[in-house]
Write a protein that binds this ligand. Structure first.
Ligand code: NAP
Length: 488
Protein backbone atom coordinates (compact mmCIF):
# COMPACT_ATOMS: atom_id res chain seq x y z
CA UNK A 1 0.00 0.00 0.00
CA UNK A 2 1.40 3.46 -0.85
CA UNK A 3 2.27 6.09 1.74
CA UNK A 4 -0.62 8.55 1.66
CA UNK A 5 -0.09 12.31 1.79
CA UNK A 6 -1.09 13.83 5.12
CA UNK A 7 -1.98 17.43 5.87
CA UNK A 8 -0.31 19.29 8.73
CA UNK A 9 -3.15 18.19 10.99
CA UNK A 10 -2.45 14.56 10.09
CA UNK A 11 -5.48 14.06 7.82
CA UNK A 12 -5.17 11.97 4.67
CA UNK A 13 -5.62 14.18 1.62
CA UNK A 14 -7.99 13.12 -1.20
CA UNK A 15 -8.29 14.76 -4.62
CA UNK A 16 -11.94 15.67 -5.06
CA UNK A 17 -13.33 16.05 -8.59
CA UNK A 18 -17.07 16.87 -8.52
CA UNK A 19 -17.58 16.00 -12.19
CA UNK A 20 -20.30 16.97 -14.66
CA UNK A 21 -24.10 16.86 -14.67
CA UNK A 22 -25.29 15.21 -11.46
CA UNK A 23 -21.64 14.83 -10.35
CA UNK A 24 -21.59 17.65 -7.83
CA UNK A 25 -24.79 16.36 -6.17
CA UNK A 26 -23.60 12.76 -5.77
CA UNK A 27 -19.99 13.44 -4.84
CA UNK A 28 -21.14 16.25 -2.54
CA UNK A 29 -23.41 13.76 -0.74
CA UNK A 30 -20.53 11.31 -0.29
CA UNK A 31 -18.25 14.06 1.01
CA UNK A 32 -20.82 15.27 3.54
CA UNK A 33 -21.32 11.73 4.85
CA UNK A 34 -17.58 11.08 5.18
CA UNK A 35 -17.19 14.36 7.05
CA UNK A 36 -20.04 13.36 9.37
CA UNK A 37 -18.17 10.18 10.37
CA UNK A 38 -15.26 12.27 11.65
CA UNK A 39 -12.80 10.26 9.52
CA UNK A 40 -9.43 11.99 9.26
CA UNK A 41 -9.85 12.99 5.60
CA UNK A 42 -9.12 16.36 3.98
CA UNK A 43 -9.98 17.36 0.41
CA UNK A 44 -8.12 19.00 -2.44
CA UNK A 45 -10.72 20.30 -4.95
CA UNK A 46 -9.82 19.88 -8.58
CA UNK A 47 -11.51 20.03 -11.98
CA UNK A 48 -11.83 17.67 -14.95
CA UNK A 49 -14.35 17.04 -17.72
CA UNK A 50 -16.77 19.38 -19.48
CA UNK A 51 -15.64 22.63 -17.85
CA UNK A 52 -12.06 21.85 -18.86
CA UNK A 53 -12.94 20.84 -22.43
CA UNK A 54 -14.82 24.16 -22.71
CA UNK A 55 -11.65 26.03 -21.78
CA UNK A 56 -10.03 24.39 -24.82
CA UNK A 57 -7.94 21.66 -23.18
CA UNK A 58 -8.50 18.59 -25.39
CA UNK A 59 -7.53 16.05 -22.68
CA UNK A 60 -10.20 17.35 -20.26
CA UNK A 61 -7.72 16.88 -17.40
CA UNK A 62 -5.64 19.94 -16.38
CA UNK A 63 -2.09 19.62 -15.08
CA UNK A 64 -3.00 20.73 -11.54
CA UNK A 65 -5.51 17.86 -11.31
CA UNK A 66 -2.83 15.42 -12.44
CA UNK A 67 -0.35 16.93 -9.97
CA UNK A 68 -2.89 16.65 -7.15
CA UNK A 69 -3.55 12.94 -7.77
CA UNK A 70 0.21 12.34 -8.05
CA UNK A 71 0.51 13.82 -4.58
CA UNK A 72 -2.55 12.34 -2.84
CA UNK A 73 -2.59 8.98 -4.74
CA UNK A 74 -6.37 8.85 -4.16
CA UNK A 75 -9.21 10.59 -5.99
CA UNK A 76 -12.96 10.63 -5.49
CA UNK A 77 -14.52 11.74 -8.72
CA UNK A 78 -17.92 12.37 -10.20
CA UNK A 79 -18.86 11.31 -13.73
CA UNK A 80 -17.17 13.18 -16.56
CA UNK A 81 -18.95 13.86 -19.83
CA UNK A 82 -17.21 12.74 -22.96
CA UNK A 83 -17.80 15.25 -25.75
CA UNK A 84 -19.23 13.45 -28.77
CA UNK A 85 -17.86 14.12 -32.23
CA UNK A 86 -15.10 16.60 -31.41
CA UNK A 87 -12.24 14.13 -31.52
CA UNK A 88 -11.43 14.68 -27.83
CA UNK A 89 -10.46 11.67 -25.75
CA UNK A 90 -12.56 10.65 -22.76
CA UNK A 91 -11.24 12.41 -19.63
CA UNK A 92 -12.14 9.25 -17.68
CA UNK A 93 -9.98 7.04 -19.87
CA UNK A 94 -7.18 9.62 -19.75
CA UNK A 95 -7.20 9.51 -15.94
CA UNK A 96 -7.29 5.69 -15.81
CA UNK A 97 -4.39 5.42 -18.22
CA UNK A 98 -2.29 8.23 -16.77
CA UNK A 99 -2.34 6.59 -13.36
CA UNK A 100 -2.15 3.02 -14.68
CA UNK A 101 -5.20 2.02 -12.65
CA UNK A 102 -5.17 -1.41 -14.22
CA UNK A 103 -8.00 -2.90 -12.21
CA UNK A 104 -11.62 -1.88 -12.12
CA UNK A 105 -13.50 -3.29 -9.15
CA UNK A 106 -17.29 -3.28 -9.37
CA UNK A 107 -19.13 -4.83 -6.41
CA UNK A 108 -22.90 -5.37 -6.25
CA UNK A 109 -25.10 -6.90 -3.60
CA UNK A 110 -28.79 -7.41 -2.94
CA UNK A 111 -30.07 -4.40 -1.03
CA UNK A 112 -33.07 -4.32 1.29
CA UNK A 113 -35.94 -2.10 0.22
CA UNK A 114 -34.82 -2.03 -3.42
CA UNK A 115 -37.38 -3.92 -5.50
CA UNK A 116 -35.88 -5.88 -8.43
CA UNK A 117 -36.86 -9.16 -10.15
CA UNK A 118 -33.88 -10.67 -8.27
CA UNK A 119 -34.65 -9.28 -4.81
CA UNK A 120 -35.10 -12.82 -3.40
CA UNK A 121 -31.58 -13.82 -4.48
CA UNK A 122 -28.67 -13.33 -2.18
CA UNK A 123 -26.41 -11.51 -4.64
CA UNK A 124 -23.03 -10.47 -3.32
CA UNK A 125 -20.45 -10.42 -6.09
CA UNK A 126 -17.61 -8.35 -7.47
CA UNK A 127 -16.51 -7.92 -11.07
CA UNK A 128 -12.73 -7.45 -11.30
CA UNK A 129 -12.20 -6.00 -14.74
CA UNK A 130 -8.88 -5.37 -16.48
CA UNK A 131 -8.90 -1.64 -17.11
CA UNK A 132 -6.18 -0.60 -19.56
CA UNK A 133 -5.75 -3.25 -22.28
CA UNK A 134 -8.00 -5.14 -24.68
CA UNK A 135 -10.21 -3.68 -27.41
CA UNK A 136 -10.84 -0.68 -25.13
CA UNK A 137 -7.41 0.66 -25.91
CA UNK A 138 -9.35 1.78 -28.99
CA UNK A 139 -6.61 0.98 -31.53
CA UNK A 140 -8.51 0.91 -34.80
CA UNK A 141 -7.74 1.13 -38.49
CA UNK A 142 -9.65 1.18 -41.76
CA UNK A 143 -8.01 -1.59 -43.82
CA UNK A 144 -10.02 -0.67 -46.88
CA UNK A 145 -12.71 1.99 -47.36
CA UNK A 146 -15.30 -0.56 -46.20
CA UNK A 147 -13.47 -2.82 -43.72
CA UNK A 148 -12.57 -1.68 -40.19
CA UNK A 149 -10.13 -3.36 -37.81
CA UNK A 150 -9.63 -3.15 -34.02
CA UNK A 151 -6.59 -4.52 -32.22
CA UNK A 152 -7.23 -6.56 -29.08
CA UNK A 153 -3.90 -6.42 -27.28
CA UNK A 154 -3.64 -8.55 -24.14
CA UNK A 155 -0.32 -8.94 -22.32
CA UNK A 156 0.75 -11.77 -20.06
CA UNK A 157 1.96 -9.10 -17.64
CA UNK A 158 -1.43 -7.32 -17.67
CA UNK A 159 -3.17 -10.65 -17.03
CA UNK A 160 -0.77 -11.46 -14.21
CA UNK A 161 -1.59 -8.13 -12.55
CA UNK A 162 -5.37 -8.40 -12.83
CA UNK A 163 -5.51 -12.07 -11.83
CA UNK A 164 -3.28 -11.57 -8.80
CA UNK A 165 -5.30 -8.53 -7.81
CA UNK A 166 -8.52 -10.54 -8.17
CA UNK A 167 -7.23 -13.18 -5.76
CA UNK A 168 -5.79 -10.61 -3.36
CA UNK A 169 -9.09 -8.74 -3.41
CA UNK A 170 -10.94 -11.99 -2.65
CA UNK A 171 -8.55 -12.66 0.21
CA UNK A 172 -8.94 -9.14 1.66
CA UNK A 173 -12.73 -9.61 1.71
CA UNK A 174 -12.61 -13.17 3.04
CA UNK A 175 -14.18 -14.55 -0.17
CA UNK A 176 -13.94 -18.26 -0.92
CA UNK A 177 -14.54 -18.50 -4.68
CA UNK A 178 -13.05 -16.72 -7.71
CA UNK A 179 -14.24 -17.18 -11.30
CA UNK A 180 -12.40 -16.15 -14.43
CA UNK A 181 -14.75 -15.58 -17.37
CA UNK A 182 -13.16 -15.56 -20.83
CA UNK A 183 -13.90 -16.25 -24.48
CA UNK A 184 -10.77 -18.41 -24.70
CA UNK A 185 -12.56 -21.11 -26.68
CA UNK A 186 -12.57 -18.73 -29.66
CA UNK A 187 -9.76 -16.25 -28.89
CA UNK A 188 -7.18 -18.74 -27.72
CA UNK A 189 -4.29 -16.29 -27.61
CA UNK A 190 -5.80 -13.09 -26.22
CA UNK A 191 -8.58 -14.37 -23.96
CA UNK A 192 -6.61 -17.62 -23.58
CA UNK A 193 -3.72 -15.70 -21.97
CA UNK A 194 -6.06 -14.59 -19.18
CA UNK A 195 -7.35 -18.14 -18.71
CA UNK A 196 -3.86 -19.68 -18.60
CA UNK A 197 -2.61 -16.99 -16.22
CA UNK A 198 -5.63 -17.55 -13.98
CA UNK A 199 -5.03 -21.30 -13.86
CA UNK A 200 -1.35 -20.80 -13.03
CA UNK A 201 -1.84 -18.12 -10.36
CA UNK A 202 -4.79 -19.91 -8.72
CA UNK A 203 -2.37 -22.55 -7.41
CA UNK A 204 -0.87 -19.90 -5.12
CA UNK A 205 -4.26 -19.37 -3.45
CA UNK A 206 -5.21 -22.91 -2.39
CA UNK A 207 -7.79 -21.67 0.14
CA UNK A 208 -9.82 -20.07 -2.68
CA UNK A 209 -11.87 -22.16 -5.09
CA UNK A 210 -10.92 -21.14 -8.65
CA UNK A 211 -13.20 -21.81 -11.62
CA UNK A 212 -12.96 -20.83 -15.26
CA UNK A 213 -16.21 -20.15 -17.11
CA UNK A 214 -16.87 -19.17 -20.72
CA UNK A 215 -18.06 -15.57 -20.64
CA UNK A 216 -21.32 -16.06 -22.53
CA UNK A 217 -22.28 -18.87 -20.18
CA UNK A 218 -21.29 -16.55 -17.33
CA UNK A 219 -23.81 -13.96 -18.60
CA UNK A 220 -26.46 -16.68 -18.72
CA UNK A 221 -25.66 -18.05 -15.24
CA UNK A 222 -25.46 -14.54 -13.76
CA UNK A 223 -29.11 -14.06 -14.62
CA UNK A 224 -30.18 -17.56 -13.55
CA UNK A 225 -28.03 -18.11 -10.46
CA UNK A 226 -26.30 -14.83 -9.53
CA UNK A 227 -25.82 -16.09 -5.98
CA UNK A 228 -23.22 -18.60 -7.25
CA UNK A 229 -20.69 -15.90 -7.95
CA UNK A 230 -18.36 -14.07 -5.56
CA UNK A 231 -15.48 -12.58 -7.60
CA UNK A 232 -15.32 -12.68 -11.42
CA UNK A 233 -12.13 -11.68 -13.24
CA UNK A 234 -12.53 -10.54 -16.86
CA UNK A 235 -10.81 -8.72 -19.69
CA UNK A 236 -11.76 -5.08 -20.20
CA UNK A 237 -14.69 -5.26 -22.62
CA UNK A 238 -16.27 -8.40 -21.19
CA UNK A 239 -15.98 -6.88 -17.71
CA UNK A 240 -17.53 -3.61 -18.83
CA UNK A 241 -20.55 -5.33 -20.36
CA UNK A 242 -21.13 -7.88 -17.60
CA UNK A 243 -20.67 -5.34 -14.81
CA UNK A 244 -23.53 -3.32 -16.27
CA UNK A 245 -25.56 -6.53 -16.22
CA UNK A 246 -24.67 -7.14 -12.57
CA UNK A 247 -25.63 -3.52 -11.73
CA UNK A 248 -29.02 -4.22 -13.27
CA UNK A 249 -29.48 -7.29 -11.07
CA UNK A 250 -29.43 -5.28 -7.84
CA UNK A 251 -31.41 -2.18 -8.77
CA UNK A 252 -29.51 -0.27 -11.40
CA UNK A 253 -26.80 2.27 -11.85
CA UNK A 254 -27.82 4.25 -8.79
CA UNK A 255 -26.27 1.47 -6.64
CA UNK A 256 -23.18 0.47 -8.63
CA UNK A 257 -19.82 1.75 -7.36
CA UNK A 258 -16.46 1.41 -9.04
CA UNK A 259 -12.84 1.55 -7.91
CA UNK A 260 -9.99 2.01 -10.38
CA UNK A 261 -6.96 0.53 -8.63
CA UNK A 262 -3.30 0.71 -9.55
CA UNK A 263 -0.21 -0.18 -7.61
CA UNK A 264 0.15 3.36 -6.27
CA UNK A 265 -2.93 5.28 -7.38
CA UNK A 266 -6.65 4.73 -6.98
CA UNK A 267 -9.65 6.59 -8.39
CA UNK A 268 -13.11 5.98 -6.94
CA UNK A 269 -16.35 6.78 -8.75
CA UNK A 270 -19.83 5.52 -9.62
CA UNK A 271 -20.34 3.28 -12.65
CA UNK A 272 -23.00 5.69 -13.94
CA UNK A 273 -22.46 8.78 -16.05
CA UNK A 274 -23.45 12.41 -15.61
CA UNK A 275 -27.20 11.82 -16.29
CA UNK A 276 -27.49 15.42 -17.55
CA UNK A 277 -31.30 15.48 -17.58
CA UNK A 278 -31.29 15.22 -13.78
CA UNK A 279 -28.51 17.76 -13.15
CA UNK A 280 -29.40 20.29 -10.45
CA UNK A 281 -32.80 18.70 -9.73
CA UNK A 282 -31.83 17.14 -6.40
CA UNK A 283 -33.56 13.85 -7.27
CA UNK A 284 -30.69 11.55 -8.18
CA UNK A 285 -29.64 8.48 -6.19
CA UNK A 286 -26.18 9.13 -4.69
CA UNK A 287 -25.70 5.57 -3.29
CA UNK A 288 -23.32 4.41 -6.03
CA UNK A 289 -20.76 7.12 -5.36
CA UNK A 290 -21.26 6.77 -1.58
CA UNK A 291 -20.42 3.05 -1.88
CA UNK A 292 -17.39 4.09 -3.98
CA UNK A 293 -16.39 6.42 -1.14
CA UNK A 294 -16.70 3.46 1.26
CA UNK A 295 -14.21 1.53 -0.88
CA UNK A 296 -11.98 4.59 -0.88
CA UNK A 297 -12.02 4.77 2.91
CA UNK A 298 -10.92 1.10 3.05
CA UNK A 299 -8.06 1.85 0.65
CA UNK A 300 -7.05 4.64 3.03
CA UNK A 301 -7.24 2.28 6.01
CA UNK A 302 -10.33 4.01 7.47
CA UNK A 303 -12.18 0.75 8.11
CA UNK A 304 -14.35 2.01 10.94
CA UNK A 305 -15.80 4.97 9.03
CA UNK A 306 -16.28 2.75 5.97
CA UNK A 307 -18.20 0.17 7.98
CA UNK A 308 -20.34 2.84 9.66
CA UNK A 309 -21.39 4.34 6.31
CA UNK A 310 -22.09 0.94 4.76
CA UNK A 311 -24.26 -0.06 7.71
CA UNK A 312 -26.08 3.26 7.66
CA UNK A 313 -26.92 3.00 3.93
CA UNK A 314 -28.38 -0.47 4.41
CA UNK A 315 -30.23 0.55 7.56
CA UNK A 316 -31.72 3.57 5.74
CA UNK A 317 -32.81 1.45 2.77
CA UNK A 318 -34.20 -1.22 5.09
CA UNK A 319 -36.26 1.36 6.98
CA UNK A 320 -37.68 2.45 3.61
CA UNK A 321 -38.62 5.98 4.73
CA UNK A 322 -36.12 7.72 2.50
CA UNK A 323 -35.76 6.34 -1.01
CA UNK A 324 -34.97 8.20 -4.23
CA UNK A 325 -37.19 8.22 -7.32
CA UNK A 326 -35.23 5.54 -9.19
CA UNK A 327 -36.30 3.09 -6.44
CA UNK A 328 -39.92 4.04 -5.78
CA UNK A 329 -40.90 6.34 -8.66
CA UNK A 330 -41.76 10.02 -8.28
CA UNK A 331 -44.62 9.56 -5.81
CA UNK A 332 -43.29 9.01 -2.33
CA UNK A 333 -39.65 9.56 -3.25
CA UNK A 334 -37.29 11.83 -1.37
CA UNK A 335 -34.64 14.26 -2.58
CA UNK A 336 -30.94 13.48 -2.84
CA UNK A 337 -30.38 15.82 0.09
CA UNK A 338 -33.04 14.19 2.31
CA UNK A 339 -31.62 10.71 1.58
CA UNK A 340 -28.11 11.93 2.39
CA UNK A 341 -29.34 13.55 5.63
CA UNK A 342 -31.01 10.25 6.60
CA UNK A 343 -27.76 8.32 6.08
CA UNK A 344 -25.93 10.86 8.24
CA UNK A 345 -28.63 10.64 10.92
CA UNK A 346 -28.41 6.82 10.86
CA UNK A 347 -24.62 6.61 11.28
CA UNK A 348 -23.99 4.21 14.13
CA UNK A 349 -27.14 2.15 13.43
CA UNK A 350 -26.97 -1.40 12.14
CA UNK A 351 -29.31 -3.14 9.69
CA UNK A 352 -31.17 -6.28 10.85
CA UNK A 353 -28.95 -8.52 8.73
CA UNK A 354 -25.20 -8.30 9.33
CA UNK A 355 -23.74 -6.53 6.34
CA UNK A 356 -20.19 -5.43 6.82
CA UNK A 357 -17.48 -7.99 6.20
CA UNK A 358 -14.30 -8.42 8.16
CA UNK A 359 -12.17 -6.50 5.68
CA UNK A 360 -8.40 -6.66 5.68
CA UNK A 361 -6.10 -4.25 3.84
CA UNK A 362 -5.56 -5.45 0.30
CA UNK A 363 -2.07 -6.62 -0.62
CA UNK A 364 -1.42 -5.08 -4.04
CA UNK A 365 0.33 -7.60 -6.33
CA UNK A 366 4.06 -7.22 -6.73
CA UNK A 367 4.44 -8.01 -10.43
CA UNK A 368 7.90 -7.47 -12.01
CA UNK A 369 7.98 -4.28 -14.08
CA UNK A 370 10.43 -5.49 -16.77
CA UNK A 371 8.86 -5.02 -20.21
CA UNK A 372 10.00 -8.48 -21.44
CA UNK A 373 7.80 -10.28 -18.95
CA UNK A 374 7.80 -13.52 -20.95
CA UNK A 375 11.23 -14.69 -22.07
CA UNK A 376 11.80 -17.29 -24.78
CA UNK A 377 14.78 -19.48 -25.69
CA UNK A 378 14.06 -19.83 -29.39
CA UNK A 379 12.16 -17.71 -31.86
CA UNK A 380 11.53 -17.86 -35.57
CA UNK A 381 9.44 -15.99 -38.12
CA UNK A 382 7.85 -18.66 -40.30
CA UNK A 383 6.47 -16.18 -42.82
CA UNK A 384 3.92 -13.39 -42.91
CA UNK A 385 0.26 -12.56 -43.37
CA UNK A 386 -0.14 -9.70 -45.81
CA UNK A 387 -3.54 -8.00 -45.80
CA UNK A 388 -4.53 -6.69 -49.22
CA UNK A 389 -7.37 -4.77 -50.81
CA UNK A 390 -8.90 -6.58 -53.80
CA UNK A 391 -12.17 -6.30 -55.67
CA UNK A 392 -11.64 -9.11 -58.19
CA UNK A 393 -12.26 -12.82 -57.72
CA UNK A 394 -10.51 -14.82 -55.02
CA UNK A 395 -9.00 -17.17 -57.61
CA UNK A 396 -7.54 -14.22 -59.49
CA UNK A 397 -6.06 -12.87 -56.22
CA UNK A 398 -4.64 -16.30 -55.32
CA UNK A 399 -2.96 -16.58 -58.70
CA UNK A 400 -1.64 -13.01 -58.49
CA UNK A 401 -0.14 -13.63 -55.04
CA UNK A 402 1.38 -16.96 -56.18
CA UNK A 403 2.97 -15.11 -59.07
CA UNK A 404 4.21 -12.42 -56.63
CA UNK A 405 5.94 -15.05 -54.46
CA UNK A 406 7.44 -16.90 -57.44
CA UNK A 407 11.21 -16.64 -57.33
CA UNK A 408 11.20 -15.57 -53.65
CA UNK A 409 11.88 -17.82 -50.63
CA UNK A 410 8.12 -17.74 -49.86
CA UNK A 411 5.18 -19.64 -51.16
CA UNK A 412 1.54 -18.65 -50.86
CA UNK A 413 -0.03 -20.96 -48.28
CA UNK A 414 -3.57 -19.63 -48.59
CA UNK A 415 -5.81 -16.62 -49.06
CA UNK A 416 -8.43 -15.90 -46.41
CA UNK A 417 -10.96 -13.20 -45.74
CA UNK A 418 -12.25 -12.28 -42.29
CA UNK A 419 -10.66 -15.41 -40.85
CA UNK A 420 -11.97 -17.98 -43.36
CA UNK A 421 -9.80 -19.75 -45.94
CA UNK A 422 -10.96 -19.10 -49.51
CA UNK A 423 -8.02 -20.19 -51.68
CA UNK A 424 -6.89 -22.72 -52.77
CA UNK A 425 -9.93 -24.93 -52.66
CA UNK A 426 -12.64 -22.34 -52.13
CA UNK A 427 -15.13 -22.15 -49.28
CA UNK A 428 -18.81 -22.04 -48.63
CA UNK A 429 -18.65 -18.24 -48.40
CA UNK A 430 -20.05 -16.59 -51.50
CA UNK A 431 -20.34 -12.98 -50.33
CA UNK A 432 -16.85 -11.52 -49.98
CA UNK A 433 -15.61 -8.03 -49.14
CA UNK A 434 -12.58 -6.17 -50.49
CA UNK A 435 -10.14 -7.16 -47.70
CA UNK A 436 -8.16 -10.41 -48.03
CA UNK A 437 -5.12 -11.93 -46.37
CA UNK A 438 -2.36 -13.76 -48.18
CA UNK A 439 -0.51 -16.14 -45.88
CA UNK A 440 3.07 -16.61 -47.08
CA UNK A 441 5.41 -19.16 -45.51
CA UNK A 442 9.12 -19.78 -46.02
CA UNK A 443 9.45 -22.71 -48.43
CA UNK A 444 12.43 -24.24 -46.56
CA UNK A 445 11.02 -23.67 -43.06
CA UNK A 446 13.87 -21.34 -42.06
CA UNK A 447 13.63 -18.00 -40.23
CA UNK A 448 12.42 -14.99 -42.22
CA UNK A 449 14.71 -11.98 -42.34
CA UNK A 450 13.33 -8.43 -42.51
CA UNK A 451 15.02 -7.98 -45.90
CA UNK A 452 13.14 -11.02 -47.24
CA UNK A 453 9.91 -9.68 -45.83
CA UNK A 454 10.39 -6.23 -47.34
CA UNK A 455 11.12 -7.83 -50.72
CA UNK A 456 7.91 -9.87 -50.37
CA UNK A 457 5.92 -6.70 -49.62
CA UNK A 458 7.31 -5.03 -52.73
CA UNK A 459 6.34 -8.07 -54.79
CA UNK A 460 2.81 -8.18 -53.34
CA UNK A 461 2.45 -4.40 -53.70
CA UNK A 462 3.06 -4.73 -57.44
CA UNK A 463 -0.06 -6.92 -57.68
CA UNK A 464 -2.43 -5.54 -55.02
CA UNK A 465 -2.61 -2.63 -52.56
CA UNK A 466 -1.48 -3.96 -49.18
CA UNK A 467 -2.80 -2.52 -45.89
CA UNK A 468 -1.29 -4.43 -43.02
CA UNK A 469 1.35 -7.06 -42.27
CA UNK A 470 1.72 -9.55 -39.43
CA UNK A 471 4.79 -11.70 -38.91
CA UNK A 472 4.08 -15.39 -38.29
CA UNK A 473 6.05 -15.74 -35.06
CA UNK A 474 6.94 -19.09 -33.55
CA UNK A 475 8.12 -18.83 -29.92
CA UNK A 476 9.81 -21.88 -28.40
CA UNK A 477 8.20 -24.04 -31.06
CA UNK A 478 4.65 -22.78 -30.36
CA UNK A 479 2.79 -21.09 -33.22
CA UNK A 480 2.15 -17.44 -32.39
CA UNK A 481 -0.71 -17.14 -34.86
CA UNK A 482 -4.06 -18.78 -35.41
CA UNK A 483 -5.15 -20.84 -38.37
CA UNK A 484 -8.00 -19.59 -40.51
CA UNK A 485 -11.31 -21.47 -40.55
CA UNK A 486 -10.78 -24.30 -43.02
CA UNK A 487 -6.96 -24.02 -43.02
CA UNK A 488 -4.97 -27.25 -42.56
P1 NAP B 1 -25.79 7.89 -17.43
O1 NAP B 1 -25.34 9.26 -17.15
O2 NAP B 1 -25.26 6.82 -16.55
O3 NAP B 1 -27.38 7.90 -17.37
C1 NAP B 1 -28.19 6.90 -17.95
C2 NAP B 1 -29.45 6.68 -17.11
O4 NAP B 1 -29.11 5.90 -15.97
C3 NAP B 1 -30.08 7.93 -16.54
O5 NAP B 1 -30.88 8.60 -17.48
C4 NAP B 1 -30.88 7.30 -15.40
O6 NAP B 1 -31.96 6.50 -15.90
C5 NAP B 1 -29.90 6.28 -14.86
N1 NAP B 1 -29.01 6.81 -13.82
C6 NAP B 1 -27.72 7.17 -13.95
N2 NAP B 1 -27.22 7.55 -12.77
C7 NAP B 1 -28.21 7.43 -11.88
C8 NAP B 1 -28.31 7.68 -10.49
N3 NAP B 1 -27.28 8.11 -9.77
N4 NAP B 1 -29.50 7.45 -9.90
C9 NAP B 1 -30.54 7.02 -10.59
N5 NAP B 1 -30.51 6.75 -11.90
C10 NAP B 1 -29.36 6.95 -12.55
O7 NAP B 1 -25.43 7.47 -18.94
P2 NAP B 1 -25.41 8.31 -20.30
O8 NAP B 1 -26.65 9.15 -20.37
O9 NAP B 1 -25.15 7.34 -21.35
O10 NAP B 1 -24.14 9.25 -20.18
C11 NAP B 1 -24.18 10.64 -19.87
C12 NAP B 1 -22.75 11.20 -19.89
O11 NAP B 1 -21.97 10.57 -18.87
C13 NAP B 1 -22.01 10.96 -21.21
O12 NAP B 1 -21.30 12.13 -21.55
C14 NAP B 1 -21.05 9.84 -20.90
O13 NAP B 1 -19.91 9.89 -21.70
C15 NAP B 1 -20.73 10.12 -19.43
N6 NAP B 1 -20.30 8.92 -18.67
C16 NAP B 1 -19.30 9.10 -17.76
C17 NAP B 1 -18.90 8.04 -16.98
C18 NAP B 1 -17.80 8.28 -15.97
O14 NAP B 1 -17.45 9.39 -15.72
N7 NAP B 1 -17.23 7.22 -15.39
C19 NAP B 1 -19.51 6.80 -17.09
C20 NAP B 1 -20.56 6.64 -18.00
C21 NAP B 1 -20.96 7.72 -18.80
P3 NAP B 1 -33.47 6.97 -16.14
O15 NAP B 1 -33.42 7.88 -17.33
O16 NAP B 1 -34.17 5.67 -16.43
O17 NAP B 1 -33.95 7.64 -14.91
Amino acid sequence: MPEFFRTESGKKLVTFIPGDGIGAEVTGAARRIIEATGAAIAWEDREAGASVFKKGLPSGVPQDTIDSIKKTKVALKGPLETPIGFGEKSANVTLRKLFETYANIRPVRTLPGVPTPFANKNIDLVVVRENVEDLYAGIEYMQTPGVAEALKLISRKGCEKIVRLGFEFARSEGRTKVHCATKSNIMKMTEGTLKRTFEAVAKEYPEIEAQHIIVDNCAHQLVRFPEWFEVIIMTNMNGDILSDLTSGLIGGLGFAPSANLGTDYAIFEAVHGSAPKYAGKNVINPTAVIFAAVMMLRRLGEFEAAGAIENSIIYTLEQGKFRTRDIVGDAGSCSTTAYTDAIIANLGKKPSKAFVRDYKPIQMPDVPTAPDFVKVQERKVAGADVYVEWTGTVDALGQALEAAASGSPFKLHMVSSRGTKLYPGGSAITDTVDAFTGRFVKGDGSDTSDAELLDLLARVGAKARWAHVEKLNVFDGVLGYTKAQGED
